[in-house]
Design a protein around this ligand. Structure first.
Ligand SMILES: NC(=O)c1ccc[n+]([C@@H]2O[C@H](COP(=O)([O-])OP(=O)(O)OC[C@H]3O[C@@H](n4cnc5c(N)ncnc54)[C@H](O)[C@@H]3O)[C@@H](O)[C@H]2O)c1
Length: 316
């Protein structure tokens, strides 16, 4: 992991730029909205809940949106682009929910193999997974709509997703949540070779414990009093906005038929994940890509790279 220094001065003036933030009414999303507004962006907050009223202004508009509902999400994008006639330069897919019932406990509940027990299960509603609907399906749909808008803009745009440390270090109490957050990291990895060909970047941020409505205060207080780091929403917001605006001197890795980058290369920050912990920032993906041969096996990696070249059908 490489340590990063990100300060308010790392963020450029965003006057004339429009940003959309899902889950912008609270916690990390609200911190992100504050960073964007302080740097003069026009901001749309897409959330199921109202933001604090003092954040709303001519520059900050709330659109009640449930990202798990396709019609609701489409309506929000329609309002931004046709009613407000705004472009979308920055799209931050941050809304997320925690796992409510323990999946592991449900998996391990004793089950009789008697036919009557199966019959009871058959007549029950199928299990539902709120965090898959919101964290994964809702975010997939958000990325799709944002990318389609950005594709039609000359200046393209930047998409950044809020993943979690649990994507890399899964938490046994929240296996489904951890799975959705790991899926977002792999989504970034899978899209990073393609989106830049259309002037769109995609990156993520993986926060560790952060003050917000999602994490009960007794947990953050217990962490702090044990000397463990807890971030603020604004700190994570800075990483999200940085990811949408920074430049990079090299790609995380080359894919398929990519030409190796030259020394003059300067492109948009892309395909990277910033881990936030306490008041620090760390970029994770470059080191993981660099050491792939060690953990995947040099021979297996060479095979995979050759396979990528043969199957690389990206549209330039
Ligand atoms: N707080 C942490 O320690 C922590 C750590 C890692 C990752 N995260 C991630 O950060 C993101 C933000 O969470 P937070 O900690 O700020 O929590 P939060 O509860 O304070 O904020 C989440 C926001 O998302 C909104 N939201 C929930 N479901 C929605 C939906 N279907 N459509 C639109 N909006 C919806 C909520 O109304 C809320 O405003 C989440 O994706 C979460 O998984 C948080």
């Amino acid at each position: 992991m490489s340590s990063l220094i990100i300060t308010e001065d790392s963020i450029p003036d965003l006057a004339g730029k429009t940003a959309v933030v899902t889950g912008g009414s609270s916690g990390i999303g609200l911190g992100t909205v504050q960073v964007l507004l302080d740097h003069n962006a026009r901001v749309f907050i897409l959330d199921v809940s109202l933001p604090p009223s003092d954040i709303l202004s001519k520059k900050a508009t709330y659109i009640q949106t449930d990202i798990a509902s396709w019609p609701s999400l489409v309506q929000a994008f329609t309002t931004i682009t046709t009613v407000h006639k705004c472009a979308i330069d920055i799209a931050i897919g941050n809304a997320g929910v925690f796992e409510t019932e323990s999946y592991a406990t449900q998996c391990l509940a004793p089950l009789s193999i008697e036919p009557s027990a199966w019959s009871t299960l058959e007549h029950m509603d199928a299990p539902t997974y709120g965090c898959v609907e919101v964290n994964l399906k809702g975010t997939l749909n958000f990325v799709m709509l944002a990318a389609r808008v950005m594709r039609g803009q000359e200046s393209g745009g930047s998409i950044v997703l809020t993943s979690s440390t649990t994507a890399y270090l899964p938490e046994q109490t929240v296996p489904v949540y951890s799975a959705t957050k790991a899926a977002l990291v792999n989504l970034v990895r899978a899209l990073r070779p393609t989106f830049p060909l259309h002037n769109i970047s995609i990156s993520g941020v993986a926060p560790s414990a952060t003050l917000s409505a999602m994490v009960p205060q007794e947990i953050t207080s217990a962490l702090s009093s044990s000397g463990l780091p807890v971030s603020t929403g604004r700190h994570v917001g800075l990483a999200l906005v940085y990811s949408a605006t920074a430049m990079q001197r090299q790609r995380v890795e080359n894919y398929g038929k990519d030409e190796p980058v030259t020394e003059q290369y300067e492109g948009r920050w892309n395909g990277r994940i910033i881990h936030t912990i306490g008041d620090t920032f760390w970029e994770v993906e470059e080191k993981l890509a660099e050491t792939k041969g060690q953990w995947w096996g040099e021979a297996n990696l060479a095979f995979a790279k050759k396979q990528q070249i043969v199957t690389d059908a990206r549209i330039g």
